[in-house]
Ligand binder design. Structure first.
Ligand code: SAH
Ligand code: SF4
Ligand code: F3S
Length: 466
């Protein structure tokens, strides 16, 4: 009764939360499995950000509840953003769910599962759904119990929860609650533990990382709490690379731009969501900046780190987006030359301030705008990758590649994926790789070992024990 499969929808925050739940369950003696067919417990960690994400999870769970008629011992649960945001709707649609857990209660999952399983083993009637959606004071801090014993070469670290903005289209403030920061000392302690377990790269996570701690922690010598946090984690020995996601253009101030020049572990890659290139749409979206300000940030970043890698999020088809508005987005998109990005077709979210505007832009128009931006993106991503052919890049080796015997995968500091022939003992190492081939989505290359042939075993040995 103790094999658990967790399926994760949504963003990195959810990936981290699922990893945390898995770690807690392992400590309780549960076994994590990779396939739902082998599982006694199936948990979906859900996302509410677009309707499609909700439909997928609901459809999946509907299928699983039907399957359970043949496997009555199967325990089924929904966790995360959709549970939080649409709890009653979910229960109405899936009344025989065993467990519904919100975004502030992930740490309760092991207790709830223990209870359900004990009752099922006693062979009494199936217990009614456990619903745990309350807010919990300090829940941003309970997440540090979630550390896993398994080595993660690259790890997500949650620095805050929630969001206090009210972007007109967005449900996240409802799913994740008000903004709450974890103390710098707690985060540093977690990063140190990760480093001890072999983590080399961390990605700091928050809805708007650059507003981290702005109510709790004072500025120091002109440095915002977020930059203070970056400096503090930069000190942690063993951590070689630092990333974060997502910053917001509004608070992207000079201290953060300068951090790129001062903190060598801070990778020269920024995911900076712009959402639209049209000022009137930005205003309608309640995004408090202009395209000019966004372009200025890009220019300032490039002044400090020429060649910095940039990616973004765009929504196409927000209510009222005219051809001219879209043209402004297309133009901004083209002129910045993003290295990567995510394009989303607008989806109405219940109880957001844009909900009353409906969804007036036809599906085909959204599809067409989406395709135009995707084409630009593929071209600029390929152009960037091609420019790296012939260069040597520092790669953090993450794992064996999914396909191809002896092939390994890792990323450059600019977050480009690289595939190359490697060795198991190089996982977790920073190695120089000579780039030989480019596609839009990844690079191929081979190891360079101080001018020595990559096959030289003793050189490999030296490097991996250095
Ligand atoms: N906190 C981040 C965004 C988190 S949500 C920020 O402010 O940048 C991730 C992305 O989903 C958003 O950047 C946005 O592009 C997209 N998104 C959010 N709500 C959406 C909606 N209703 N329809 C389509 N895309 C949406
Ligand atoms: Fe959503 Fe806006 Fe908050 Fe980002 S900043 S999570 S888009 S409300
Ligand atoms: Fe992330 Fe989706 Fe929740 S984007 S914060 S999982 S609503």
């Amino acid at each position: 009764m103790n094999r658990v499969y967790i399926k994760t929808y949504g963003c990195q925050m959810n990936e981290r939360d699922s990893g945390a739940v898995a770690a807690m369950l392992r400590k309780r003696g549960y076994a994590m499995v990779d396939s739902e067919d082998d599982a006694d417990v199936i948990l979906l960690n859900t996302c509410s950000v677009r309707e499609q994400a909700e439909q997928k999870a609901l459809g999946k769970m509907g299928h699983l509840t039907r399957l359970r008629r043949k496997k009555p011992h199967l325990v089924l649960g929904i966790m995360g953003c959709m549970a939080q945001n649409r709890g009653q709707d979910v229960l109405d649609r899936l009344p025989d769910l065993d467990l519904l857990v919100g975004t502030q209660k992930f740490h309760q999952v092991p207790d709830h599962l223990d209870n359900i399983i004990t009752q099922l083993q006693a062979q009494g009637p199936r217990p009614s759904t456990i619903v745990d959606l309350d807010e919990e004071e300090g829940s941003q801090n309970t997440i540090r119990d979630h550390l896993d014993d398994e080595r993660q070469v690259s790890a997500f670290v949650s620095i805050m929860q929630g969001c206090n903005m009210n972007c007109a289209y967005c449900c996240v403030p409802m799913t994740r609650g008000r903004e709450r920061a974890r103390p710098i000392e707690d985060i540093v302690r977690e990063v140190k533990e990760l480093a001890t377990q072999g983590t080399r790269e961390i990605t700091l996570l928050g809805q708007i990382v650059n507003s981290y701690g702005r109510r709790e922690i004072p500025f120091q010598s002109g440095k915002s709490p977020f930059v203070q946090l970056l400096e503090a984690v930069h000190e942690v020995e063993g951590i070689e690379r630092i990333r974060f996601t997502s910053p917001h253009p509004r608070g992207f101030k000079q201290d953060l731009i300068e951090a790129y020049g001062m903190l060598p572990k801070l990778c020269e890659y920024v995911h900076l969501p712009v959402q639209s290139g049209s000022n009137s749409i930005l205003k309608a979206m309640k995004r408090p900046y202009t395209r000019e300000r966004f372009l200025q940030i890009v220019e300032d970043l490039r002044a400090v780190k020429p060649g910095i890698y940039l990616s973004t999020d765009i929504i196409v088809g927000f209510p009222g987006e005219t051809e001219e508005d879209f043209e402004l987005t297309r133009e901004l998109f083209e002129s910045v030359g993003f290295d990567w990005g995510f394009i989303f077709k607008y989806s109405v979210r219940p109880n957001t301030s844009a909900e009353p505007l409906g969804d007036p832009i036809p599906k085909e128009v959204k599809e067409e705008r989406n395709q135009i931006l995707l084409d630009i993106l593929n071209k600029s991503s390929l152009r960037r990758n091609e420019s790296l052919v012939g260069s040597t890049q520092e790669i953090l080796v993450e794992s064996p590649a999914r396909r191809g015997e002896g092939l390994y995968t890792g990323r450059t500091r600019g977050f480009r994926k690289v595939i190359f022939p490697g060795k198991p003992r190089l996982v977790g190492e920073l190695v120089p790789v000579h780039i030989e081939e480019a596609t839009a989505s990844y690079l191929r290359g081979s190891l360079v070992l101080s001018g020595i042939n990559a096959q030289d075993e003793s050189a490999l040995q030296q490097r991996s024990t250095a």
